[in-house]
Each structure stands twice: as C-alpha cells, then as structure tokens.
Design a protein around this ligand. Structure first.
Ligand code: F6P
Length: 362
C-alpha cells in the first residue's frame, strides 16, 4: 500500500478532523502518500483532491467540522443532474472508479454515517479498497457501541438544559427543548439525563399527551413550579396527530406550526395553562470543538483505520466494542439501525430519578 485517499461524507460532526489527523500522521510515518478527497464522494466523482502533509493536519485535533469539506448530495450512484431544466438522477460511479485509478490509490478511508457506508459497500463491489470509520451525532449505528460526535452533541444539550433551568425556575415556566437525532432518541435520552430533564420524549416510546400534561401539573402541585421537557425531533404522540420521520414532519393537526418542539410547547400551554416556551437547538449540536472523549475515540478510530489499510483488511469498518476498537464487515455495519430500547439502562435510570417518558406505564 503506497497511496491512500481519505474523505468525509454526510453531515459534519465534531471529531472528523481528529480522525483525519489520526489517519494521516501514522500514514505519513509509514511512508504512504495521503490524498484528501474534497467534499466527500462529490470530490471523488469530480476529481477533486489534494495531497495532505503533516502541516495540514497539525493543530486540527480540537477543530469542529472537516478540513476536507463534506456533502450529503454526492452519492455517485444517485447523482442529481439538471437536464433541460429538470433534475434527473444519473449513475456516475464509473467516474468515481476512474479517478480512483487515475490517482493510483490503493485504498480509501471513508468517514461517515449510514449513507457513506452504503456507498462504500457499493464502491467496494466495483473493486475499490475501502475502510470505513463510523460517524454520527445520532449514535444510531448498530455495529459500534458509540459513534464519535455523540458525546459532543450530548454535552451541548446538557449545557443548554442547565441554562434553560435558570429561566424555567425564575419564571415558573415549562421550557421545551427540541434536539436532533433523526429516527433515534439517543441525543434526547442522554442529553436529557445529563441535563436533568423532567420529561424526555423519544421516537422509540410514542407518548401520550395526558401523561405529559399530568407530569408537569403534578410537579407544580408538589411545589416544583417549573419543568424541562426534552423532545427528540423524531418523537411522536401515540394519537397519530403527528408523524415524524427525523426532520421530515407530516402535520395532521392544524395546531402544529413548526417542528415538534413548538408543537409540544403549544399543546402543553393550551392544556395545562402553564406558561411555556420552546427552544430548537438545531445545528448548535453539531458545531464546535469535540469533547475530550470524542477526540480520543476519533483518534483511536483513525489510527485503527490506517492499520487496517496497511494490513489490507478492506471492506471493513472500525467499531467500538466495549473498551476496544475492533473491525466489522461494512455490509454488517449497515444492516441494522440502533434504536433506544425501552429497557435500556439509561431509560431505567432516568425513570428511577423521576423522569417521565410521556407514558403512564410501559
Ligand atoms: O444525522 C445528523 C443530523 O444532524 C440529524 O440529527 C438531523 O436530523 C440531520 O442530520 C440534519 O441534517 P441537515 O444538516 O442536512 O439539515
């Protein structure tokens, strides 16, 4: 192995730069040439890459985002192209392969989520040597115990909840916070638990409105004249008034104006008479510096990925299993999505300290 490419695909995530550094430094020490492919698979199709040297990866450990740029529109197999004013989906995977060959690459390290791993599998089938590194703040990849970026997102949520507590308690309000996570409730669960939320609503446990109203009213009666409600963007009520699919929300109730956070706040205010406000945390959860935990995990992932390449262990993805970094086959990594189970220890611990999940009982 002499020449490798590295790319970052999908949404940005704290820790991407730490992985790039974790791959590049040892690779250069081994005498390999490293090419940073720009803007994910888009750069592979369009032939955009630049050689990376030590100076390029020095000082980036703590930086958010990705020095290589990313894109979630660059799927070589489903490439949107404008033809006579209309968007047509075309297959540009052959151009991706051509560039891989023209650059004389022996392997590519692809850092990304579900989408990136699906594309990597298909490119592997075409003959490219690929090693994957799992990334997502949502933590919804089954093959690894944790993805980097999740801890940083949870840190932001936890800090936001600490700040919201101030206004909640001073003004005796219900404060609703909407957090990311797409179809999974990990960010709401872990962030809510760390930030002391009183109610946590997640997609995996469809909630009953009455249970939410009763819980905040009960807190008021007990003299706790505020509540913090942490809502995952994919959370859904049992009554079917709202069908959410990550950030795609179908509205069946005219009360619903914006995202689920706004909807939940409006319903609580109307049905309890309590003063209520909402905050949508949005991309703040993905931005900025990775936590120390994510810096360490990202570095270990990067170093393990380059070791796999050197050992010619291709079509594998690095994964955290317990305290060790192992590797799994990419096809196994993409077959299951990891969702919160109602009997997850974090759910049980939250319930034990009085958190309500929008249900009376499971
Ligand atoms: O998968 C990461 C994530 O941040 C989700 O939590 C969120 O639903 C989505 O990406 C937002 O995507 P975009 O930045 O494309 O709006």
């Amino acid at each position: 192995v002499k020449r490798i490419g590295i790319l970052t695909g999908g949404g940005d995530c704290p820790g991407l730069n730490a992985v790039i550094r974790g791959v590049t430094k040892p690779a250069l020490d081994h005498g390999l040439k490293v090419f940073g492919i720009l803007d994910g698979f888009e750069g592979l199709v369009e032939g955009r890459a630049q050689e990376l040297y030590n100076r390029d990866v020095s000082g980036i450990l703590s930086k958010g985002g990705t020095i290589l740029g990313s894109s979630n529109k660059g799927d070589p197999f489903h490439w949107p192209e404008e033809v006579e004013g209309k968007i047509k989906i075309v297959d540009r995977s052959k151009e991706a392969l051509k560039n891989y060959e023209a650059w004389n690459l022996d392997a590519i390290i692809a850092i990304g989520g579900d989408g990136t791993m699906h594309i990597s599998k298909k490119l592997s089938d075409m003959g490219m040597n690929i090693v994957g590194v799992p990334k997502t703040i949502d933590n919804d990849l089954e093959a690894t115990d944790l993805t980097f970026g999740h801890d940083s997102a949870v840190f932001v949520v936890s800090e936001a909840l600490d700040r919201l507590h101030t206004t909640a308690s001073s003004h005796h309000r219900v404060m609703v916070i909407e957090v990311m996570g797409r179809y999974a409730g990990w960010i709401a669960l872990n962030g809510g638990l760390a930030g002391g939320a009183d109610v946590i609503l997640i997609p995996e446990i469809p909630f009953e409105w009455k249970a939410v109203y009763d819980h905040v009213l009960m807190r008021n009666m007990m003299g706790k004249r505020f509540s913090i409600v942490c809502v995952a963007e994919g959370a859904k009520p049992k009554d079917g008034t709202l069908i959410t699919k990550g950030k795609d929300i179908k509205r069946t109730d005219p009360l619903q104006l914006g995202g689920i956070g706004e909807y939940v706040a409006k319903k609580i205010a109307e049905n309890t008479g309590l003063e209520t406000r909402y905050t949508v945390l949005g991309h703040l959860q993905r931005g900025g510096s990775p936590t120390p935990f994510d810096r360490i995990l990202s570095t270990k992932f990067g170093v393990s990925a380059i070791n796999l390449v050197i050992k010619k262990q291709f079509c594998k993805m690095v994964a955290l299993k317990g305290n060790e970094i192992k590797s799994v086959r990419i096809q196994d990594a993409i077959s299951h999505q990891k969702l919160v189970k109602p009997n997850d220890q974090a759910v049980l611990a939250a319930m034990a300290v009085g958190v309500n999940f929008g249900v009376e009982k499971f």
